[in-house]
Design a protein around this ligand. Structure first.
Ligand code: ADP
Ligand code: MG
Length: 250
């Protein structure tokens, strides 16, 4: 840890605190994520270390690079490349007024990073604006993944805002898209822990939710939001969708 000079705190999440820091030798700016571990735990679970080592090998320009893992006693510090801000803060600063070309570029990069993860059999499982980091030059990188699988249950309870319970999320999606019927998703009722729940009709059309998105964009979104995984478009397929036909990656 002497290698790094801690600068300001940049985030506080489920697993620990994130600091901006400077490598004293190279002056490189990094993000340090300190993972809290339960006092009664016997150090870092080996499964977590294994998972983190896998993430170290996940090298892609749209995935935040994990430079190093510092491990001592009951502390674990992950050293990441530093990014300027997360997408949630960017959205908040734009007041909902997003440039459609930037939306396209961010989605393209998100799908590139995700497709790479999937090709390596890694699932993110917590995609949301707070976990997508961006740089001033328009780069977007996936962050904060693997840990869910590495550690299982978080040390600190999720707040309602940080992590809505599945039912809230499902209800929200159902009122927007309509509850999937058995016809649309035959395997649904065979899922473990499946419980019948209220059938909502779709209450609105995507045009009202994303009025600035053009018709091809709405078609892609509709395909990304399919509940039935057999029908849902994959990251690789999504990159080939007509929505991106006029997009030139930098
Ligand atoms: P948690 O598992 O606690 O949610 P995250 O890895 O998502 O941890 O980090 C929490 C927040 O810290 C992020 O939402 C982001 O704002 C900030 N952050 C995390 N990593 C970086 C990074 N490499 N560069 C800049 N900011 C970061
Ligand atoms: Mg996070």
């Amino acid at each position: 840890m002497q290698k790094y000079e801690k600068l300001e705190k940049i985030g506080e999440g489920t697993y620990g605190t994130v600091f901006k820091a400077k490598n004293r030798e190279t002056h490189e700016i990094v993000a340090l994520k300190r993972v809290r571990l339960d006092d009664d735990d016997e150090g870092v679970p080996s499964s977590a270390l294994r998972e983190i080592c896998l993430l170290k090998e996940l090298k892609h320009k749209n995935i935040v690079r994990l430079h190093d893992v510092l491990h001592s006693d009951k502390k674990l510090t992950l050293v990441f490349e530093f990014c300027d801000q997360d997408l949630k803060k960017y959205f908040d600063s734009c007041n909902g007024d997003l440039d459609p070309e930037i939306v396209k570029s961010f989605l393209f990069q998100l799908l590139k990073g995700l497709g790479f993860c999937h090709s390596r059999n890694v699932l993110h499982r917590d995609l949301k604006p707070q976990n997508l980091l961006i740089n001033r030059n328009g780069e977007l990188k996936l962050a904060d993944f693997g840990l869910a699988r590495a550690f299982g249950i978080p040390v600190r309870c999720y707040s309602a805002e940080a992590q809505p319970c599945p039912q809230v999320t499902l209800d929200h999606m159902d009122t927007l898209l309509g509850t999937p019927t058995e016809e649309q998703w035959p395997a649904m009722t065979k899922l473990p822990d499946y419980k019948p729940y209220p059938m909502y009709p779709a209450t609105t059309s995507l045009v009202n939710v994303v009025p600035k998105l053009n018709a091809t964009g709405r078609d892609l979104l509709q395909n990304l939001l399919k509940c039935n995984p057999v029908q849902r478009i994959s990251a690789e397929e999504a990159l080939q969708h007509p929505y991106f036909s006029d997009f030139c990656p930098p």
